[in-house]
Design a protein around this ligand. Structure first.
Ligand code: AMP
Length: 115
């Protein structure tokens, strides 16, 4: 059974795509928590970060590098602005979609600690 994000990658479900390359796709979150809220999703359906394997090292690194590139594209790379990358794992982590994704949040001052 394909995940929601596999369906988006396959174009079976529409999404607002802001970046795509051989390893990942990045879309606007449907329920944004900040003026900029992007999901960076590996094309390989790794279920969640804690279940990634050594063989996924390249993909995992790629997601962070893509985050920096997308932040630059969206004009928030400078330390004057800035952004946050978040990965939710499991119930307490706030995970809703069991297909690894990195949230890129920006466009307002983000509080710490998160809720
Ligand atoms: P998480 O809670 O870390 O699993 O994040 C899942 C995210 O996917 C949430 O921020 C949702 O708003 C987002 N989401 C769910 N369905 C869609 C969709 N069809 N298109 C874009 N984002 C979605």
């Amino acid at each position: 059974m394909p995940t929601l994000f596999e369906k988006i990658i396959a174009r079976d479900i529409p999404a607002d795509i802001v970046h795509e390359d051989e390893l990942c796709i990045a879309i606007k979150d449907i329920n944004p928590q900040a003026p900029i809220h992007i999901l960076i999703i590996p094309k390989k359906p790794i279920t969640r970060v804690g279940e990634a394997e050594k063989a996924d090292r390249e993909v995992l690194g790629h997601l962070l590098l893509a985050g920096g590139k997308i932040a630059a594209d969206l004009g928030v790379l400078s330390t004057e602005k800035g952004f946050r990358l978040v990965i939710n794992h499991g119930k307490d982590g706030g995970e809703a979609v069991p297909h690894l994704h990195v949230h890129l949040l920006a466009g307002r001052g983000l509080t710490w600690p998160p809720g």
